[in-house]
Design a protein around this ligand. Structure first.
Ligand code: UDX
Ligand code: UDX
Length: 457
């Protein structure tokens, strides 16, 4: 079978994997190949036990795999054959040197650019899918086009806005697709090629064209604004716990204002995930580098509020359990950074678990999809932490249960049965505001809710 275009993606992670699978599904006329330096990951993508958990993903993979979706570890061969290359390698926060703890570590991106130049024998369009600091395209262009093979690379920025847990839905029905390019004749032509791919399933008015710098910066700003909403409502949750106000009622009341909107207003133990903290730190670093101290401080406070929220949660446990957690059994319901994913990157549950261990609590963790990652993340604590699949089993003889992740499963449990098996007084801490609190109180729990004084339940 001959394909119109050969599309390659470098990086088979949480972004590259689902994104390219949906592109393959929507564009049967194109061949889509995904490569990764991690051979185990590529092997897993070819089984029914995919390397990431994402609702609906396996169905789309099964529809496309072997037809127009392929996985490979032969990176140079696939680069050489491709017309279009999506770069979706990870760009973590730097852990060393200048900008340590804030700037993006672009070493994988640069390595990938060099690999592209080395293996290519024809001109190609290179797409930044990874979230990158503004003006990275310039550096990429420099590396790519300083070749003596007489070939030319156009760099396009096409950031991905999918959220984990709803990735397939977000990819199939995006609010918008953003495609940034140089506004030269060649740049605009390359941009149109990428627009034409998305036009297979996205209506034209949802495809936003911009210059390459706006596109790069928009991704950082979108994540900063989303995270800022959570920090804003979380700051109000602290205020509510000291007054008669209820943060859920406040969310409902302010969210009804169409200028504010009702999404992303759930108070919680704090935001996690691979993007929010990393991207805000990146924004802070860029602002600092440009001497824009006030701008840097403004955004840094969004992160400070998140740290405060996590700490506040454990402090509240401490103060409501007679100021000692030593040798008390505390069970975390959920470890993933949000529901419907096994991803635990930057999960607030990690920081909560660590703080509980510092108080010498006996920590137990249960989660339907994230226990494997939890064990890896917390490996340094060895058997000081216990991992249990069944939440009822985990809660047996516990002093407290704390909801860390808003899995539907936890809304449906028999809390009377859980209460019966616990030590008394039995405490429950709802870090996600998902349970029926008056019912819990009726059962006999000491009930603690984010953004609500216990007397108000
Ligand atoms: C993505 C984006 O790329 C990142 O910029 C964004 O901010 C968060 O989401 P994600 O897909 O979540 O990253 O990362 P990950 O799941 O770690 O996937 C990256 C993949 O790239 C890994 O499988 C890794 O093995 C691969 N990789 C990394 C390469 O193939 N080559 C490299 O040189 C480096
Ligand atoms: C986010 C962005 O939504 C997405 O557009 C971008 O591409 C990557 O970063 P993701 O990290 O997958 O996606 O999850 P998201 O749904 O945004 O949740 C982030 C964190 O905020 C989670 O820990 C979640 O539990 C928390 N959250 C979200 C709240 O605490 N309250 C809310 O109201 C919403």
């Amino acid at each position: 079978m001959s394909f119109e275009k050969k599309i390659l993606c470098i990086g088979a992670g949480y972004v590259g994997g689902p994104t390219m699978t949906v592109i393959a599904d929507k564009c049967p006329q194109h061949k889509v190949t995904i490569v990764d330096i991690n051979e185990e990951k590529i092997a897993a993508w070819q089984t029914d036990d995919l390397p990431i958990y994402e609702p609906g993903l396996l169905d789309v993979v099964k529809r496309t795999r072997g037809k127009n979706l392929f996985f490979s570890t032969d990176i140079p061969k696939e680069i050489d054959e491709a017309d279009i290359i999506f770069v979706s390698v990870n760009t973590p926060t730097k852990t060393f040197g200048e900008g340590k703890g804030k700037a993006s570590d672009l070493q994988y991106l640069e390595k990938t650019a060099h690999a592209i130049v080395e293996a290519s024998n024809s001109s190609k369009i290179i797409i930044e899918k990874s979230t990158l600091p503004v003006r990275t395209a310039e550096a990429l262009e420099k590396i790519l086009n300083s070749n003596d093979k007489g070939i030319h690379f156009d760099v396009i920025s096409n950031p991905e806005f999918l959220a984990e847990g709803t990735a397939i839905h977000d990819l199939e029905n995006p609010d918008r697709v953003l495609i940034g390019s140089r506004e030269t004749e060649e740049g605009l032509k390359a941009r149109q090629t990428i627009v034409d791919i998305y036009k297979n399933w996205v209506s034209d008015e949802r495809i936003i064209r911009s210059n390459v710098w706006s596109s790069e910066l928009s991704k950082l700003v979108a994540n900063a604004f989303l995270a800022q909403r959570i920090s804003s409502i979380n700051s109000i949750s602290a205020l509510c716990e000291h007054t008669g106000a209820d943060v859920s009622e406040i969310s409902r009341a302010i969210g009804a204002d169409s200028r504010i909107g009702n999404k992303f207003l759930n108070a919680s133990i704090g935001f996690g995930g691979s993007c929010f903290k990393k991207d805000i730190l990146n924004l802070v670093y860029i602002s600092e580098s440009l001497g824009l101290t006030e701008v840097a401080e403004y955004w840094e406070n969004v992160i400070k509020m998140n740290d405060y929220q996590e700490k506040r949660f454990v402090k509240r446990m401490l103060s409501t359990m007679f100021n000692t957690l030593a040798n008390k059994k505390i069970v975390l319901f959920g470890f993933a950074f949000k529901a419907n994913t096994g991803d635990t990157r930057e999960t607030p549950a990690y920081y909560v678990a660590k703080m509980l261990l510092e108080e010498h609590a006996n920590v137990y963790i249960t989660d339907p999809k994230a226990l494997k990652n939890a064990k890896i993340d917390l490996a340094e604590f060895g058997n000081r932490i216990k991992y249990v699949d069944d939440p009822y089993e985990a809660a047996k003889d516990a002093d407290a249960v704390a909801i860390m992740t808003e899995w539907d499963l936890y809304k449906e449990l028999d809390y009377k049965k859980i209460h019966d098996g616990m030590r008394k007084p039995a405490h429950i801490y709802d870090g996600r505001n998902i349970l029926d609190h008056s019912k819990l109180k009726e059962i006999g729990f000491d009930t603690h809710v984010i953004g609500k004084h216990s007397d108000n339940i």
